[in-house]
Unconditional design. Structure first.
Length: 333
């Protein structure tokens, strides 16, 4: 299946990217741009966090063809809990909840980015679906963290009551659901046409609603959440985009993060990066996505949202591309 994932992606555009030239860029907003750890997941906090992110993105959006993708883990888990609290009807399935979060978060990003640009560019939020393989082994091994955090006791009670799979998230616990590999973003041709017409696009929220295609060509929703970074990498290739930017709350991708041996990575090739180990629930999905883009001929930047200009000028952040002598270059070398 994973070989198939690579073969169906169209090659990254060979457009040369340089300062002053308009580029096609996919920007993946990390979870910290929507909901900061420990904050209540209220509509007011969501809007305030998105407003700050959109103000930081406004300069990039004025100059380039920009697509914004985003996560939905906390929000889709919250909607699932709200559904379970209403007993008169059966809870909505995970694919419909994923679509709900795309509409909810996409609306706020579309509105706040339009406001940040003072109407200079048209912004459209597009509900997108992502094709997955129903035989993906991820359906047998849930790993995607969603929803709020729980204490060990509350997690055990929730697991028993709702038949959830629970996993550790730092010092707390959260629900985990299947996270299959994305094959393609079904609406990528539509997104490309919107970009060609000068419209900025918000899409692939929460990785896009996962669907499979049956023998008759019909799309059927799947009970899973696609990783946002993996889906953003697929979209980058589908759009022939020049670059994928994954915005985080860290300055660099780091080897041996949080240890005395920590080394910050300035640039890396996909082969060099693939030899290093990263935390499964935090940086590894971003690294895997960057490797996929680089192997398809593209370029990825990973760095802090609040220093986006410095990231673009390569004063901060990690760049992953094919042509890196030695495989990995560390900060200070």
């Amino acid at each position: 299946m994973y070989l198939y994932w690579y073969t169906i992606l169209s090659p990254i555009s060979e457009r040369k990217s340089h300062k002053g030239k308009r580029m096609r860029i996919v920007v993946a907003l990390g979870g910290n741009a929507l909901a900061r750890r420990g904050e209540p997941m209220t509509a007011d906090r969501l809007r305030a966090n998105v407003r700050g992110a959109c103000q930081a993105l406004a300069g990039l959006a004025r100059e380039h063809e920009v697509v914004i993708t985003h996560g939905n883990g906390p929000q889709v888990g919250l909607l699932a809990l709200q559904n379970l609290a209403y007993q008169d009807v059966a809870a909505y399935p995970l694919d419909i909840l994923g679509a709900e979060t795309q509409g909810m978060i996409g609306y706020v990003i579309q509105q706040e980015l339009s406001n940040a640009l003072a109407g200079e560019r048209e912004v459209a939020a597009v509900l997108t679906t992502t094709e997955v393989d129903e035989a993906d082994p991820a359906f047998e091994r849930p790993t995607k963290l969603i929803g709020p955090t729980y204490s060990a006791r509350d997690a055990a009670e929730a697991a028993a009551e709702y038949r959830w799979t629970i996993a550790r998230d730092g010092g707390a616990f959260r629900r985990v659901v299947p996270s299959p590999e994305p094959l393609r973003v079904m609406q990528a041709p539509l997104v490309s046409r919107l970009l060609d017409g000068g419209t900025l696009v918000v899409c692939v929220g929460g990785g896009g609603v996962p669907v499979r295609t049956d023998s008759k060509g019909r799309q059927i929703g799947m009970q899973a959440v696609v990783d946002k970074d993996a889906a953003s990498a697929a979209l980058t290739a589908d759009l022939n985009a020049d670059m994928l930017i994954m915005l985080t709350d860290g300055d660099f991708v780091s080897q041996d993060w949080g240890t005395p041996e920590q080394r910050d990575i300035l640039t890396a090739s996909p082969e060099g990066l693939a030899e290093l180990a990263f935390a499964e629930g935090s940086m590894k999905p971003k690294v895997d996505a960057a490797i996929r883009v680089a192997r398809a001929g593209g370029r990825t930047l990973i760095g802090p949202l609040e220093r986006l200009d410095d990231l673009m000028e390569r004063r901060v952040g990690t760049e992953i591309r094919a042509d890196v002598p030695g495989g990995v270059v560390y900060v200070g070398e």
